[in-house]
Unconditional design. Structure first.
Lengths: 287, 354
């Protein structure tokens, strides 16, 4: 005989509370700010979708969004192929495997603000090892605090240095899981190295690469600490990425309403692009 | 078409995988490599295929030394135990891949792929991808690739090992006709003695990286050269025990005696090893000449219409395999009857003497 009661709700409660505290409540707070105007003193005035309209029409937002997409595009186009190439050239067995893996993992273990500080000092034209070398030995003018191009080159290089390893490690995991038999079959067919890559290695790496690209997209699209420490968004606004701009609005100008609206738009864009990418990449497998 | 090994050996990082081996494999019949796991079947195939380098010796194909030739120039095919197909290509493209690499014209590729697909009943699946097929169909696709390529030698490395029982039987029946009249040297590696017998042709027994005996499958089954060969070519494992021969009498340690007949009777007195296949040890005496062995039943198995019993007699474990269903009780004393005329006798060094 079945007993019918409402006890089941108690079992759902812990999860409900957890989700509420780590996602729902913070997001709803932001939503709350995004539709109101406040001057402090806990006084709020209804604003409707005004802030959203303002942000979406603002040239400043468009410029930051453009820079953000450019940054993410550049680091993906460099890190993904570079990561695959490094993974392909790593040894598959022997004592060099752990050496390579640890060396690869090292940059990822360094805290983000330390990475920013490191590269800042590293590229200083007067005392930084790299900065001094480029300016004085090579004779090329390179000063991140003056030239926007130098600033961009530096943040891109820094991100490539910091995160290519992630693509390498994931690709490598995909590569070593390919049984030898596939390579033998290719050898018997007389397939060229390119064909082996195109028809064996790439298809077998597809799942891990999808994850790698997704992670790199989300991380780079939300990047804050490293460029903030390195360039502070300058010179001028040339490296002011979305998150840096957001913090300027929220904490610098204390415009909580527009900042909240911008956060939500920012979040929606990240979510939409990730979803589109993942859906497209996994479309074939679902069939 | 022939594939010939002359004192070929393989050593990797100081470990000998294949001791110097000489073997002539011909077309027109299956060449079975029979040996247990780790006996060197795959290593030998990889040597012949050119996937591994020879440590010493030579390999000839049609009398031409191919020892230094790369895999693709040897024009061979290899079908693995796992189903190896290109995951992104359709079945059609998979079968066509070696032909495309060889630069064959499109119309000829089409003809060959269609023929191979027809033989292996893959026609309805040509547009699908390998992962959408069942295991049996995936392996058929790999076999079709080997057939369409029309290579000089086809190596089948336990191709049926990962298929279920029914499919295995079905495909095994088809294999000999698939390759009949194609002129390729077919080498088939397996660890199951039954498969060697079913596929016929010639068998090379392998043990510990060396071919211990090579010849017509039936001959090898009837006359194993030594105890190891007899053990490899028997499933369930062959029974063996030490005997002492005195006059024409053989005596087991447990005291059981029988008269040795034929050439065995002429052997000098001494210690020998007797070996007898499990199906010559039965729970019912066939003739009055059969030797009674009394043992304690330890494990029994029914497979199909055969029943086997493992029984302990003195220090030795014995196996009996008989047609029909025989009711055994674990632990009971049971009499088994050995057909003494089917016994092999081996000298202490393992050589077959009678």
């Amino acid at each position: 005989m079945k007993t019918e009661n409402q006890k089941a709700w108690f079992f759902v409660l812990p999860v409900l509370l957890l989700v509420a505290f780590n996602a729902l409540i913070p997001i709803m707070t932001v939503v709350n700010y995004s539709v109101q105007e406040t001057f402090g003193d806990n006084l709020f005035f209804w604003e409707g979708l005004g802030w959203f309209e303002q942000i979406l029409r603002s040239d400043r937002f468009h410029a930051a969004l453009g820079r953000q997409f450019l940054f993410t595009f550049l680091i993906l186009i460099i890190e993904v192929p570079l990561g695959i190439i490094i993974a392909l050239s790593m040894p598959k067995k022997g004592i060099w495997v752990p050496v390579c893996l640890v060396t690869m993992a090292l940059p990822m273990l360094i805290p983000w603000n330390v990475v920013g500080a490191m590269w800042n000092i590293f590229t200083l034209p007067d005392i930084g090892l790299l900065g001094y070398f480029i300016n004085n030995t090579l004779g090329i003018e390179y000063n991140m605090t003056r030239s926007p191009v130098a600033a961009w080159v530096t943040i891109i290089t820094m991100d490539v240095w910091h995160w290519t390893s992630l693509v390498v490690l994931l690709s490598y995991a995909g590569l070593v899981s390919i049984p030898d038999a596939y390579y033998q079959a290719a050898k018997i067919d007389g397939a060229s190295p390119w064909k082996v890559f195109r028809y064996i290695q790439l298809p077998k790496m597809k799942t891990v690469l999808t994850i790698a690209i997704l992670l790199r997209f989300m991380d780079s699209f939300n990047i804050y600490t490293e460029p903030f420490v390195l360039t502070g968004g300058g010179p001028g606004n040339s490296t002011t990425l979305l998150s840096i701009d957001l913090v300027k609005i929220a904490l610098g100008q204390f415009d909580l309403g527009p900042a909240a609206a911008m956060s939500l738009i920012y979040f929606a864009i990240t979510l939409l692009v990730s979803w589109l990418f993942y859906t497209l990449m996994t479309k074939d497998d679902a069939k | 078409m022939t594939v010939e090994l002359k004192q070929a050996s393989k050593v990797t990082r100081g470990i000998t995988h294949i001791k110097p081996t000489s073997l002539v494999l011909e077309t027109g019949h299956f060449n079975v490599l029979l040996g247990q796991t780790g006996s060197g079947k795959t290593s030998l195939i990889k040597l012949m295929a050119g996937l591994d380098q020879l440590a010493s010796g030579q390999i000839f194909m049609d009398g031409v030394d191919v020892s230094k030739l790369s895999t693709q120039k040897r024009n061979i095919s290899l079908v693995h135990q796992f189903f190896v197909n290109y995951p992104q290509m359709t079945v059609y493209d998979n079968i066509a891949s070696p032909l495309k690499v060889a630069g064959m014209v499109k119309s000829e590729i089409e003809g060959r792929v269609e023929e191979a697909a027809k033989i292996l009943q893959l026609e309805p699946m040509l547009k699908r991808r390998p992962q959408e097929l069942s295991g049996g169909q995936q392996q058929r696709c790999a076999l079709a690739r080997a057939i369409a390529k029309e290579s000089r030698a086809v190596f089948l490395d336990e191709p049926l090992a990962n298929l279920d029982y029914k499919l295995r039987e079905e495909l095994r029946e088809q294999l000999p006709e698939l390759f009949a009249g194609r002129g390729a040297v077919v080498v088939y590696a397996t660890s199951e003695p039954e498969e060697a017998l079913l596929l016929g042709g010639k068998t090379a027994l392998m043990d510990d990286g060396v071919v211990t005996q090579f010849g017509t499958t039936a001959d090898i089954y009837r006359k194993p050269e030594n105890l190891t060969a007899a053990r490899v070519f028997s499933d369930p494992p062959i029974n063996s025990a030490e005997i002492v021969k005195a006059g024409s009498q053989a005596r087991l340690k447990t005291g059981v005696t029988w008269n040795m007949a034929g050439p065995a009777a002429d052997l000098p007195d001494g210690v020998y090893t007797v070996a007898v296949r499990p199906h010559h040890v039965t729970p019912v005496a066939a003739t009055s000449k059969d030797v009674a062995l009394n043992g304690t039943v330890q494990v029994t198995e029914l497979s199909g219409s055969e029943s086997s019993a493992h029984f302990q007699m003195g220090e030795d474990g014995w196996v009996s395999l008989a047609h029909g269903v025989h009711p055994y009780e674990i632990g009971e004393e049971h009499a088994f009857y050995m057909d003494a005329s089917r016994c092999f006798y081996f000298a202490p060094d393992g050589r077959l003497v009678a």
